[in-house]
Design a binder for this molecule. Sequence first.
Ligand code: PBG
Length: 329
Amino acid sequence: MNRNFPTTRLRRNRKSLFSRNLVRENKLAIEDLIYPIFVIDGENQKVAVKSMPSVHRLSVDNAIKVAVEAHKLGIPAIALFPNIESSLRTADGLEATNPNGLIPSAVRAIKKEVPELGVITDAALDPYTTHGQDGILDSNGYVINDITVAALCDQSQVCADAGADIIAPSDMMDGRVGAIRKRLDDNQRTDVQILSYAAKYASNYYGPFRDAVGSSSTLRGDKYSYQMDPANRNEAIHEVALDIAEGADMVMIKPGMPYLDIIRQVKDEFGLPTFAYQVSGEYTMLASAIENGWVDKKIILETLLCFKRAGADAIFSYFALDVARSLNN
Ligand code: PBG
């Protein structure tokens, strides 16, 4: 078979739209999207997140409206993150385990209104601690693994009892997936899924998120002692393997776009549902460049498609609502 030019001309398939449509290898669908929502206390509240253009923190009544819209658009799931009053933040983040706290209340209200919409809640203490770390600290400021895992189990159970469909530990403690699985199973929550932030890197791309949940001003130190070094790839595979062995139903790679190589390798090696998080810093870079007219809005669909090409099954994105609206048209 002759595979050389001029017999072979790859531009032939690219010439017409119909042909480009036929030979396209990957596709982004609304069903691939997960929409993160920041929740605050109060009624009829909608507070802009300064570092994230067009993103707001919503009181539960407004979050319900957005959840309904997301569901109508065909988005399969939302992920809830709290910004709680500073008076409720403590060194041990105990509010995370309050069954009547902001997140469990939001979950109950949303599941009541739109039961078919998947609701994902985070397991991590950072929005609840005075120091902004994801766990409980010793006197040197080091996050104590096993004590934190016990708190994460309590937090997961409270969210599962409120009706969360998926618990997503984003804390990077060792052994937390297995411990959470056991806690859920011991409490008749065998059907609650675990989406593990399995390879979560210590990233500067999380800055705007920390603004949104109110932990950036209080964050003491860095997260290098539990989140992964951006230089490492083999370690990500090791992390994912452990989380799968501990019972993760789905695994997540985070951040997204700068880590597409990790997504591809994880998908190839394990073949499990592999999710990606287009995190706040990625969102803000794109959204602000679009706002200024420096890049075309079409860059959003391009970047999300690249996640699919890399092997992601689903993508957390703050663009999800906009994208769903435009894919529907
Ligand atoms: C905290 C958490 C973070 C994000 C999700 N859960 C920030 C962090 O680890 O400091 C980041 C999400 C984003 O940047 O959009 N456990």
